[in-house]
Design a protein around this ligand. Structure first.
Ligand SMILES: Cc1cc2nc3c(=O)[nH]c(=O)nc-3n(C[C@H](O)[C@H](O)[C@H](O)COP(=O)(O)OP(=O)(O)OC[C@H]3O[C@@H](n4cnc5c(N)ncnc54)[C@H](O)[C@@H]3O)c2cc1C
Length: 486
């Protein structure tokens, strides 16, 4: 995970490298090793019988369903670059312009997020002035951010503290919490702005405030970076055949190479140092015994890493990793007839503020967002529950979760018939929580890793949770290893 420069092909690096975890991070790391060095031999260990990890696409009865993530942002480089290198870009589709609108639940009704409201940057003051989502007092307080001094600026701060300080409590509760919470499933009182949306802190520092930065136009570069960290539906893409087609392509490419061994159904049970004369190395234990490697990239969850490291040798690293918290959530994928709703469902989705006290976090209108996700006249929805704001929802069994979701869909959209089908997919502790202090913790983890040559960590817990971040993290880990090995 060290942020080193990239390497050229390095003949000296005729190394034997293990990549642990066959999710998108591990696949991207293995692909990078393969393409950057003609000599490296790669073993990819995956505990389950398939690659892709959280990414899973299924098809049934004309519905194309994403049972994990459904798309990636295109103005972060990781995913787009990888697709280009694979010759896969032509498979990508972008969102359907006809429905390019996001909604927020406001006093029980779905309403459009004010035009140009980029997570918290109000690029269109008129739209803010007329939005029914905020009271007049709330709207004036939001626009009054222009006059708020930057005296309280801090190096790191929770999202809630920043937004309350600059825009007032109503903007936090009714807009920013659901929009940002929708990405991180996090508690805004704990979420680190420095680790998630650092440009807002920088805008305040450089321009004295967000609106000043926007108006000054000097913030063009910052705004680009803000967009890079946020949810702008128009900037999302996905493979026409679903995200599993991307992981399938990576798998195919790796399997075609004589230098790669794909080891499915092979969980790593432990990892320890195995240094020999002038040759540092690592011993991995699987159910078939110990195997030695020159270097290892661990892409399994940061939560699982301490479980495979002996505590005596790696106590500081394990302590730091254990301090990263994770939230659990569930995704409910459901198929419907459009005529079963009073609402026209003409948007990409809706987020739900915690102050609305509902039992769902967000609904993504999958078949409005991307074409060919549902047969004509039908609708495919992805409803999210749980996360750090609703941990109690995860205590329910699947039938209870389905009851809650159906109740909410009926109340909010006038759904008057049971879904044609619905499935609950649980994600236990899958979402790392970037709490205040996260960047400092990552610095400490990186400092531990510098004492452990040949070991790299990559994945969603370190420098970003999205697919492009995970891909970049896997590729950076591969580059760092190759640089060190050569
Ligand atoms: C519900 C949900 C929706 C999301 N939606 C989006 C989205 O729309 N867009 C987006 O950009 N991001 C999204 N994300 C985030 C993104 O999907 C993830 O951060 C990313 O897919 C994680 O990939 P990964 O390879 O790091 O981890 P994983 O996908 O978890 O892969 C880790 C792999 O390691 C394997 N493994 C575990 N232990 C071992 C072991 N001991 N030995 C060998 N193998 C092991 C696992 O079986 C797994 O295959 C979403 C996340 C969630 C949870």
């Amino acid at each position: 995970m060290n942020q080193q420069g990239s390497t050229a092909d390095t003949p000296a690096a005729a190394a034997n490298v293990a990549v642990v975890g066959g999710g998108i991070t591990g696949l991207a790391a293995a692909h990078r090793l393969l393409s950057r060095c003609r000599h490296t031999r790669i073993s990819l260990f995956e505990s389950s019988r398939r690659v892709g990890g959280i990414i899973r696409t299924e098809e049934a009865d004309g519905f194309l369903m994403e049972l994990g993530p459904d798309s990636f942002i295109t103005n972060k480089p990781g995913a787009v670059q990888l697709c280009e290198e694979l010759g896969f870009s032509s498979q990508l589709i972008s969102t359907d312009e006809r429905f390019r609108k996001s909604l927020v639940l406001s006093r029980g009704r779905p309403r459009a997020v004010p035009d140009g409201f980029m997570l918290m940057a109000p690029e269109n003051p008129l739209a803010v002035l007329t939005t029914p989502i905020l009271s007049l007092k709330g709207r004036l307080r939001l626009l009054g951010e222009y006059f708020v001094s930057s005296a309280g600026a801090q190096e790191d701060e929770s999202l809630a503290s920043f937004v309350r300080r600059r825009f007032g409590p109503e903007t936090l509760d009714r807009l920013v919490q659901p929009l940002v919470g929708g990405i991180y499933t996090s508690d805004p009182e704990k979420l680190s702005l420095r680790a998630t949306l650092p440009r807002f802190l920088d805008m305040e520092k450089e321009h004295g405030g967000i609106i000043r930065a926007v108006l000054a136009g000097r913030a063009r570069k910052s705004r680009k970076a803000v967009a890079e960290s946020g949810a702008r539906y128009g900037l999302f893409a996905t493979p026409a055949a679903g995200l599993s087609s991307l992981t399938g392509e990576l798998r195919k490419l790796l399997e075609q190479s004589e230098r790669v061994r794909l080891r499915l159904n092979t969980p790593i049970q432990s990892l320890r140092r195995d240094d020999r004369e002038n040759s540092p190395g690592w011993a991995l234990e699987t159910h078939t015994g110990l195997e030695r490697f020159d270097a290892v990239i661990l892409t399994l969850s940061a939560r699982a890493v301490p479980q495979i490291l002996p505590d005596d040798e790696f106590s500081e690293l394990s302590t730091q990793l254990r301090q990263i918290e994770f939230a659990s959530s569930a995704l409910i994928v459901s198929g419907h007839q459009l005529s079963d709703f009073h609402d026209r469902m003409e948007a990409f989705g809706m987020v739900v503020p915690a102050v609305e006290q509902r039992e769902i976090l967000a609904v993504s209108y999958s078949s409005r967002k991307f074409p060919n996700r549902a047969p004509a006249g039908h609708l495919l929805l992805r409803t999210f529950v749980g996360g750090a704001m609703q941990p109690q929802m995860m205590q329910k069994d699947d039938d209870e979760i389905l009851d809650s979701v159906n109740r909410e869909l009926s109340a909010i959209y006038g759904m008057h018939r049971e879904p044609l089908f619905s499935e609950v997919i649980r994600y236990h502790a899958a979402m790392p929580q970037y709490h205040v202090g996260h960047c400092e913790r990552i610095r400490r983890i990186e400092s531990c890793l510098r004492q452990l040559p040949g070991l790299q960590l990559a994945g969603s817990a370190y420098h970003g949770v999205g697919i492009p971040d995970c891909i970049s993290s896997g590729r950076t880990a591969a580059d760092s290893l190759l640089a060190a090995l050569s």
